[in-house]
Design a protein around this ligand. Structure first.
Ligand code: V47
Ligand code: SF4
Length: 388
C-alpha cells in the first residue's frame, strides 16, 4: 500500500493546523467545518493529495471502479431556468429542444440487447407533460426489455416536480416509481445548497431542503442515491464546505449515499458564460478535500466526460476511486456546456487502459459497487478471438 508523504508531512515543520488535520486523517477521525475551509484556503496540492490518497488507499488499495452504462435523456425541454445550464430549452424555445417518444426511448434500450450493460441512467429536463405516472409506466417497460438492468433515474429536481404535479407526497411518489422498477437516484440537482447562491444560479427549482428531503425519503424506502456538488462559479469556499456538511449530516442519518460527485462548472453557452472556469489544480484540490471531508461516503467519483480523460486520470491520485462508466456517447449535458469530450464514449478496453496507464487496478462494478469483473489481468485479445 502506498502511503507516501504522510510521515513526511507529520514530521516536517508544518503549521500546527496542518499537522492536526493530517493526524486526524491518520487516526480515521473526522475534520471540522473550519478545518474544511482552512484546507480550501491554505491547502497545497501535494499535501491534500497525500492525505486524500492515503484515505483512498486505506479503503481500496490501488482499485479504481467503473461501470458499463448508458444514458437516456428523454427531453431537454425544462420548466426551470438555471443560469448555468447549457442544455435545457424553455417551452417557448421548443424548436431547439427534443422530446423523445416512449417508443424512441424503448428503442434506445432495445439497441443494447445482448450487451453486458449493467445500468441505465435516465435524466433530463423537467417537462410539464411527462409526469410521474408516465415515467413509472416507462420504467416498467424498460425493465420488461432488460429485467437485469439497474435503473438509476430522475434527479430530486425532476422528482419534486413530478410529485407536486401528481399531488402525492415524496414517499408515495418514490414508492410508485420503486414498485415499477426504479432502483436508485442519481446525484444531480444539488448544485450548491447555500440559499443565497441558489437564489442567484437556480432560483426556481427545488430548494436545498426539498433536495435533501427527497434523498432522505428515498434512503428510507431502500433506494440508494448519489450526491453532486456544482463548484467553480460564484460560490465561496465556505459554501462548498457547507454543502458537503449538509450531505455528511444526512449520510450520518441514513447511510443511503453511495458516491460523492463534484461537478466542475463549465461555461459554454449558458447565462453564466462570463464566469471563468477554475483551473485543473483547483479541480484536483477540490476532489482531495471532498475525499478528506466526506469521511462517511464510500466513494468519490470523477465524471470523465465533464473534466476530460487526462484530468480524470490525475484525479486518481487525489482521492478519487471511481470514474463512472463507458457512457457510449449517450449524454449531451456536458458537451453542450463546452466539456472536453464532445462525443463521450469509451469502450471497456479504453477505460481499463486509462486506469492501468496510471498504475491503478481497474474493477468493473455494478451501481451499488458489487464487483462485476476484475480487469487487472484481463485478456482482451483472447476475448476478441473467442467472439470471432
Ligand atoms: O444537476 C448542468 C450539472 C447535473 C452544467 O449520479 C452542469 O452518477 C457543469 O448530476 N457545468 C446533472 N455542470 C448530471 C448529474 C450526474 C452526472 C453523472 C453521474 C451522476 C450520478 C449524476 O449536471 C446538474 C448540474 O449540476 N450541470 N449544467 C454546467 N454548465
Ligand atoms: Fe432544467 Fe436541470 Fe437545466 Fe436546471 S439544470 S434548467 S432543472 S435541465
Amino acid at each position: 500500500m502506498n502511503t507516501y508523504g504522510l510521515d513526511h508531512i507529520l514530521l516536517s515543520t508544518l503549521d500546527t493546523k496542518f499537522k492536526t488535520i493530517a493526524q486526524k486523517v491518520l487516526d480515521g477521525e473526522r475534520i471540522s467545518f473550519d478545518e474544511g475551509v482552512f484546507l480550501y484556503e491554505k491547502g497545497e496540492l501535494a499535501y491534500l493529495g497525500s492525505l486524500a490518497n492515503y484515505i483512498k488507499e486505506q479503503r481500496y488499495g490501488d482499485k479504481v471502479f467503473f461501470n458499463r452504462n448508458f444514458h437516456v435523456e428523454p427531453t431537454n425541454i425544462c420548466v426551470f431556468d438555471c443560469k448555468f445550464c447549457s442544455y435545457s430549452r424553455l417551452l417557448k424555445q421548443k424548436s431547439e429542444g427534443w422530446e423523445l417518444s416512449e417508443e424512441e426511448i424503448l428503442q434506445i434500450v432495445r439497441n443494447y440487447e445482448g450487451k453486458p450493460i449493467t445500468e441505465v441512467h435516465i435524466v433530463g429536463g423537467v417537462h410539464p407533460k411527462m409526469g410521474l405516472h408516465y415515467f413509472a409506466s416507462l420504467i416498467k417497460k424498460v425493465k420488461e426489455i432488460r429485467p437485469d438492468i439497474h435503473v438509476k433515474a430522475f434527479t430530486a429536481v425532476e422528482l419534486e416536480y413530478m410529485c407536486r404535479k401528481a399531488k402525492v407526497s415524496y414517499r408515495e411518489g418514490l414508492q410508485i416509481l420503486k414498485d415499477h422498477g426504479q432502483d436508485s437516484l442519481p446525484g444531480g440537482g444539488a448544485e450548491i445548497f447555500d440559499e443565497t447562491v441558489r437564489a442567484e444560479i437556480c432560483n426556481d427549482k427545488c430548494t436545498s431542503e426539498q433536495w435533501l428531503e427527497m434523498h432522505r425519503t428515498a434512503h428510507q424506502l431502500g433506494m440508494p442515491s448519489n450526491a453532486t456538488m456544482l463548484y467553480g462559479h460564484i460560490e465561496s469556499f465556505e459554501n462548498r464546505v457547507d454543502h458537503m456538511n449538509r450531505l455528511r449530516n444526512l449520510q450520518d442519518e441514513t447511510g443511503g449515499f453511495n458516491t460523492f460527485i463534484p461537478l466542475k462548472y463549465r461555461n459554454g453557452n449558458n447565462q453564466m458564460s462570463h464566469i471563468n472556469e477554475v483551473s485543473t489544480i483547483e479541480d484536483l484540490r477540490n476532489y482531495a478535500i471532498g475525499r478528506i471531508y466526506m469521511d462517511n461516503f464510500g466513494h468519490v467519483k470523477a465524471y470523465w466526460p465533464m473534466i476530460g480523460r487526462q484530468t480524470a486520470q490525475m484525479s486518481l491520485a487525489f482521492g478519487v476511486d471511481d470514474i463512472d462508466g463507458t457512457i457510449d456517447d449517450s449524454t449531451k449535458i456536458y458537451s453542450m456546456a463546452g466539456a472536453e469530450d464532445q462525443n463521450p464514449a469509451l469502450s471497456t478496453e479504453e477505460l481499463v487502459g486509462l486506469i492501468k496507464e496510471v498504475g491503478r487496478h481497474p474493477i468493473e462494478r455494478d451501481t451499488i459497487y458489487n464487483t462485476v469483473t476484475d480487469y487487472m489481468d484481463y485478456d482482451f485479445a483472447a476475448e476478441k478471438e473467442a467472439v470471432n
